[in-house]
Design a protein around this ligand. Structure first.
Ligand SMILES: Nc1ncnc2c1ncn2[C@@H]1O[C@H](COP(=O)(O)OP(=O)(O)OP(=O)(O)O)[C@@H](O)[C@H]1O
Ligand SMILES: O=P(O)(O)OC[C@H]1O[C@H](OP(=O)(O)OP(=O)(O)O)[C@H](O)[C@@H]1O
Length: 306
């Protein structure tokens, strides 16, 4: 099939082709019922049920394609957008717009040094060798630390590597590194510790300034938002005495307000409300403490909420 000729009139949607964000993106597309089949080794896949083509690109390259309007929509890390924008600030016609925080790919870009070394705070790294995949953000960070103006030469040496950044200190290439930390396992295994945070990041849905089909962009964003909200919330239902309803409503206020139905039994009501997944265990404890019973928690498959 001549894929390139099938791209005209299709909205282009960039997805990380590998790495930490790839699998979560594939699950998000499936959850949003964006149907596609990716032939092995091809970095383009046509979507069957929408005039969309998915393009699988390195997460670091996605801001470039979206900003220049070559691709309409994309998913990448906020860190990648920040790194790109240091050298390519938005103009009237270029730049990326954040549509949605996707709530996965959460990690921190941190300054790291050998656990038992001479460098204990970021200032001690001024004039030393720093290795990172985020050279622009590292430069901004050390420029501020050195008190240098834009254009002035830095005394800190910042070098680029594309991966396995954590090995740079042990290999004698770096005194410190700037790298992503999620669980901290990689950092600890490499005998490093974090001494400062450059930025915190999550995966985001981004769009170009003038997408080819804005209505379709909005529809896709709505679908993805529905899946993300469904993952973030659970539905909690329970019975409680009407006299305790005010307290119960404070524990489970819902997105707008809890749904309350009267029960056949006098003085009792049935309540249902969306609750953030991370807060549900505490909410159940608190509901039990005020005498709520038959507390049930259900997974939400999909949603449309505002
Ligand atoms: N440990 C992590 N936990 C959560 N998110 C991460 C983690 N590492 C990276 N990310 C996010 O994923 C993005 C892509 O990073 P990753 O290292 O997976 O990309 P890659 O270099 O394309 O892949 P690979 O490392 O497999 O070559 C990062 O910019 C960041 O937003
Ligand atoms: O704090 P942790 O949970 O250990 O995660 C952090 C690691 O994850 C990323 O690398 P990745 O494993 O994706 O490979 P890479 O080093 O080749 O980029 C990042 O660059 C760190 O090395």
């Amino acid at each position: 099939m001549d894929l390139v000729n099938h791209l005209t009139d299709r909205l282009l949607f960039a997805v990380p082709k590998k790495g930490r964000l790839h699998q979560a993106c594939i699950e998000l597309l499936h959850g949003s019922d964006i149907q596609f089949h990716r032939h092995s080794r091809l970095d383009i896949a046509l979507v069957k049920n929408f005039p969309i083509a998915l393009v699988f690109l390195p997460a670091a390259d996605i801001p470039t394609f979206v900003s220049e309007g070559r691709v309409d929509l994309g998913i990448t890390g906020r860190d990648q957008v920040a790194e790109y924008e240091v050298t390519e600030p938005p103009t009237e016609s270029t730049g990326v717009e954040e549509v949605l925080d996707l709530d996965f790919g959460r990690c921190k870009l941190q300054i790291q040094v050998p656990e038992k070394g001479d460098f204990q705070d970021p200032k001690s790294l001024v004039g030393k060798n720093i290795v990172t995949s985020f050279t622009n953000l590292a430069e901004v960070y050390f420029r501020e630390l050195e008190g240098k103006k834009a254009g002035e030469k830095l005394s800190t040496h910042i070098k680029y590597v594309g991966g396995s950044v954590e090995a740079a200190c042990a290999l004698g290439v770096a005194d410190g590194i700037v790298d992503l930390v999620e669980s901290g396992e990689t950092m600890r295994a490499a005998g490093l510790k974090a001494i400062s945070t450059v930025l915190e990041t999550t995966a985001i849905l981004i769009r170009s300034k003038k997408p080819s089909n804005p209505d379709l962009v909005n529809l896709i964003a709505t679908r993805i938002r529905g899946v993300i909200t469904a993952q973030k919330f659970v539905l909690c239902t329970y019975n409680v005495q009407r006299s305790n309803l005010d307290q119960a409503a404070k524990i489970t206020p819902g997105k707008r307000a809890p749904t309350v139905n009267s029960l056949e039994e006098d003085g009792w009501v049935a309540v249902s409300a969306m609750v953030e997944r991370k807060k549900i265990a505490n909410a159940m404890d608190e509901l039990t403490a005020i005498g709520a019973c038959d507390i049930l928690v259900t997974k939400i498959e999909n949603s449309r909420t505002i």
